[in-house]
Design a protein around this ligand. Structure first.
Ligand code: SF4
Length: 367
């Protein structure tokens, strides 16, 4: 039995999808998440048993709204989308071929084969504009094939393919919620990466897949769509690093105590029989790197937040604050350096003098 099987226990591994793969890139420094995802551990159930249930993902209302907006944009062979691409992005699309990959039926293998055939033909023809609706992509995650069913279209323009991501969050006066845009960019990067892998498999140049994705959202308070180009190069770099980290997960698991397991030991009805304290001890053996961003992307977030707070970690304050604190890991150290009760080491001299200055300003302001 492999270390990952021991960690998970005798239950089937959880499958990945585009959202969970994208979430890998949301917190690349976290060993706990890397190990749990590589082992296919049910993080939701683990968090529940620890007493920290959390709901990650969209509400039913948000899902319904997203579906309706996507259907609207893609109606009549993507008529609205094409008008938008011509008008907003000044793309010249004199002739457009539209292919709905779903025409071959719902079988994932068939749709994947059809996607490959269509993309190969389009890449080799090198010309004309082509839209692919409901493509099916496949990606290898830690040795397992994961099917990705983008609700998007790969779009060929002057011989290059662009991923089109349709999201239902609004762009108001040219501005959208930064967190939602970042999440959309991470998810699009998963599709770009999967398309590049597919092109490499076909013996085609992966560089034909552009790192600029086309993000389509409703504009202002109406349902009229607007399109923006989003560069996902940075997200691609982080994603690739995380995926290679999952395949080299043994560098992390080798450091863990032998026999360590997150097994919930379910009874006949699937209810965990393992004590909470025992599970807590096991989970705490794997180092986490909590950041407030975890709340939007990881089922373990409430547990890890509490853990980070109780051990006084600066991680709980968020990446920006942590970086501004020059990498100091504990709140106690920060306060000690600020009030002078702690002597600064050589590498802490600069941040210590800044902290003392800030403390001085604060004392004067509150005096
Ligand atoms: S919530 Fe915890 S396990 Fe999940 S990514 Fe954040 S620190 Fe890691």
């Amino acid at each position: 039995m492999s270390r990952l099987d021991t960690l998970r226990g005798p239950v089937p591994p959880r499958d990945h999808n585009a959202r969970t793969i994208a979430a890998l890139a949301a917190n690349p420094g976290c060993n706990r998440r890397a190990v749990m995802d590589a082992a296919g551990i049910d993080k939701d159930q683990t968090a529940r048993h620890l007493g920290y249930p959390v709901t990650v993902g969209q509400s039913v209302f948000a899902i319904t709204r997203a579906r309706a907006f996507e259907e609207q944009v893609k109606a009549n062979g993507c008529a609205q989308l094409l008008t938008l691409l011509r008008d907003k992005l000044e793309l010249s699309l004199p002739e457009v071929a539209y292919d709905d990959v779903e025409n071959v039926g719902g079988d994932r293998n068939l749709r994947h084969s059809r996607t490959k055939t269509l993309l190969r033909q389009a890449a080799e023809a090198r010309g004309g504009g082509t839209l692919f609706d409901h493509p099916m992509l496949r990606l290898n995650i830690a040795g397992k094939s994961v099917y990705l069913e983008p609700a998007l279209i790969a779009f060929q323009l002057k011989g290059r393919f662009h991923v089109v991501e349709i999201k239902s969050f609004a762009v108001i006066d040219g501005q959208a919620d930064a967190g939602q845009v970042a999440a959309a960019a991470r998810q699009s990067a998963v599709y770009v990466h999967a398309l590049r892998e597919l092109f490499a498999d076909l013996g085609l140049d992966p560089g034909l897949i552009s790192h600029d994705v086309i993000l389509v959202c409703p504009e202002n308070f109406a349902n009229a769509p607007t399109a923006t180009l989003v560069d996902v190069r940075q997200q691609l770099t982080v994603l690739k690093r995380q995926l290679s980290r999952l395949t080299r997960i043994d560098t992390i698991t080798n450091e863990l105590p032998m026999g360590l397991t997150f097994d919930l030991m379910p009874d006949e009805d699937g209810a965990p029989t393992r004590s909470r304290d025992e599970l807590l001890k096991a989970v705490s053996e794997v180092e986490a790197r909590y950041a407030p961003e975890c709340l939007a992307s990881c089922e373990m977030a409430f547990f890890c937040r509490d853990e980070a707070r109780s051990c006084g970690s600066t991680d709980a304050l968020g990446r920006t604050v942590r970086d501004q604190l020059g990498g100091l890991e504990s709140v106690a150290t920060v306060l000690g350096l600020a009030d002078g009760t702690l002597l600064a080491g050589q590498d802490q001299a600069e941040i210590a003098s800044q902290l003392r200055l800030v403390r001085q300003f604060r004392l004067e302001a509150t005096a």
